[in-house]
Design a protein around this ligand. Structure first.
Ligand SMILES: Cc1cc2nc3c(=O)[nH]c(=O)nc-3n(C[C@H](O)[C@H](O)[C@H](O)COP(=O)(O)OP(=O)(O)OC[C@H]3O[C@@H](n4cnc5c(N)ncnc54)[C@H](O)[C@@H]3O)c2cc1C
Length: 349
C-alpha cells in the first residue's frame, strides 16, 4: 500500500490531522491500537474559556475557539452525529480572595464571563461566581468513532501496533509492514513521550511534564443539568442524572490505572462546595489517563532533526479539544506546502 502520510495514533491529534489531510486531497493511512486508557478516550472534552487559579483565557483562545467551533460543527454535519455540545460554565469562587481577583480583571476577561448571584440549594460556598456562556464539551468517544468511520470509508484506517523497530527509512520513503509512505507522523500522545511506555522512542529527548488524571462518572440527584460547575474540581452534566467529575493531576505515576487515592481526591474536592444532603452522589465508573504536556502546555508539531520524514504532533495537554483542530489545520497546511511551519508551535530539541 502506498500513501502520502502514515499517521500513528487516532486520538484528538491524529484524528484532526488525518481529516485535514484528507480534505486537502492527500492519501492517508491511520494506524491505532485502541488503548482503552488513552487520553482522548478518558478525557471529559471540556472547553472552558477562563481556567486555572488565574482565571485566564487559553493561549490563542480567540482564534482556536472559533476554529474548534467551526471544525466540530462542520464534522457533525458531514458525519450526521452530534458530539460538540454548547454548555454554559459556572465558576464558583471558593474564597473571597478569588472573588476579589476576578473583580480586578479587565475588559479582556469580561468578554468571556459575567457575574452571577448566589446559587441556592446544593452549593455550599458563598463568595459569588461567574458564568461563561461560551463553554462547551466534546464527546470524545463519539467524535473518535465518527472520524474512524470516515477514515474507514476512505480506506484510511487500520487497527495495529506500531513499533519503530519495524520502520525502514530508504530513498526518502518510509517503509512499515506493507505500507510505503512519503511521511510518517507520530500522534501517540503520552505514549510517544519518554517515560510513558516508550523509553526508547525517537522523540525521547523532547522534555515534557505529562500528568496522569483520574475522572469519575457519577450519578447525581437534583442538580441543574443545563450548566457545568467548577470550584475545587468540576462537575459536568452528561444527561439523565449522569455527570463527569474530575480531575486530579499526578506527575509521578504516568499510567492509566485508576486508584482509590485518585477517586478519593476527586470526591473530596467536590465535597468542599457541594452539599451531599441536597444532591446525593454515586460513583458509577472510574477511569484514568495521561495528558501529554510539553513546553508551557502548548502543542508541538514538527520533524525529527535527523529524520526529515518522521513527524510529530503532540503536547495537546489539558486543552486538546480546544487546540487540536487549529493546530492540525496549521500542520496540514505546512505539510501540503501552503505555508511555513508556525514557529511558536515548532518542535525544538
Ligand atoms: C483525565 C483526563 C481529563 C482530561 N480532560 C480534558 C478536558 O476536559 N478537555 C480537554 O480539552 N482535554 C482534556 N484532557 C486532555 C486531552 O484528552 C488530551 O489533550 C488529548 O486527548 C491528547 O490527544 P492525543 O491524540 O495527543 O493523545 P491520545 O489521546 O493518547 O492518542 C494517542 C493514540 O495513539 C495510539 N497509539 C499510541 N502508541 C501507539 C502505537 N505504538 N501503535 C499504535 N497506536 C498507538 C493510542 O492507542 C491512542 O489512540 C484530559 C485528559 C485526561 C487524562
Amino acid at each position: 500500500m502506498k500513501v502520502e502520510f502514515l499517521i500513528i495514533g487516532q486520538g484528538l491529534a491524529g484524528s484532526t490531522l488525518a481529516v485535514e489531510l484528507l480534505r486537502r486531497g492527500k492519501s492517508v493511512l491511520v494506524v491505532d491500537r485502541q488503548d482503552a486508557g488513552s487520553s482522548s478516550r478518558v478525557a471529559a472534552g471540556l472547553v472552558t474559556p477562563l481556567t486555572g487559579k488565574g482565571l485566564n483565557p487559553g493561549w490563542r483562545q480567540d482564534e482556536y475557539l472559533t476554529r474548534a467551533d467551526a471544525y466540530y460543527r462542520g464534522l457533525e454535519k458531514e458525519s450526521g452525529r452530534k458530539f460538540y455540545h454548547q454548555t454554559p460554565v459556572v465558576r464558583l469562587f471558593g474564597t473571597e480572595k478569588e472573588h476579589k481577583k476576578w473583580q480586578g480583571k479587565g475588559a479582556s476577561h469580561n468578554r468571556w464571563a459575567h457575574d452571577i448571584e448566589r446559587i441556592e440549594g446544593a452549593i455550599k460556598v458563598d463568595h459569588g461566581g461567574i458564568e461563561m456562556p461560551d463553554g462547551a464539551w466534546l464527546d470524545t468517544l463519539v467524535f473518535l468513532q465518527a472520524v474512524k468511520d470516515l477514515l474507514l470509508d476512505a480506506g484510511a484506517w487500520r487497527e495495529g501496533h506500531f513499533s519503530q523497530d519495524d520502520v525502514v527509512l530508504e530513498g526518502g520513503q518510509v517503509g512499515w509492514q506493507d505500507v510505503t509512505a512519503d511521511q510518517l507522523i507520530l500522534c501517540q500522545g503520552a505514549y510517544g513521550l519518554n517515560g510513558v511506555e516508550n523509553e526508547g522512542g525517537w522523540f525521547r529527548d523532547v522534555p515534557h511534564r505529562s500528568a496522569k488524571g483520574e475522572i469519575l462518572s457519577l450519578w447525581v440527584g437534583g442538580l441543574d443539568e443545563t450548566k457545568r460547575y467548577h470550584c475545587h474540581g468540576w462537575l459536568a452534566p452528561r444527561g439523565g442524572g449522569m455527570w463527569k467529575a474530575g480531575a486530579n493531576y499526578d506527575w509521578e505515576n504516568l499510567n492509566s490505572t485508576p486508584t482509590e487515592a485518585g477517586k478519593a481526591e476527586v470526591l473530596e474536592k467536590l465535597r468542599t462546595w457541594l452539599d451531599e444532603d441536597a444532591v446525593p452522589m454515586e460513583v458509577i465508573e472510574h477511569e484514568a489517563g495521561v495528558r501529554p504536556i510539553i513546553r508551557n502546555s502548548r502543542p508541538v508539531i514538527g520533524f525529527h532533526p535527523e529524520m526529515p520524514n518522521v513527524g510529530f504532533f503532540n503536547g495537546l495537554g489539558s486543552k486538546g479539544s480546544l487546540m487540536a483542530p487549529a493546530v492540525a489545520d496549521s500542520f496540514a497546511a505546512f505539510l501540503c506546502g501552503e505555508c511555513e511551519l508556525d514557529d511558536e508551535l515548532a518542535l525544538k530539541f
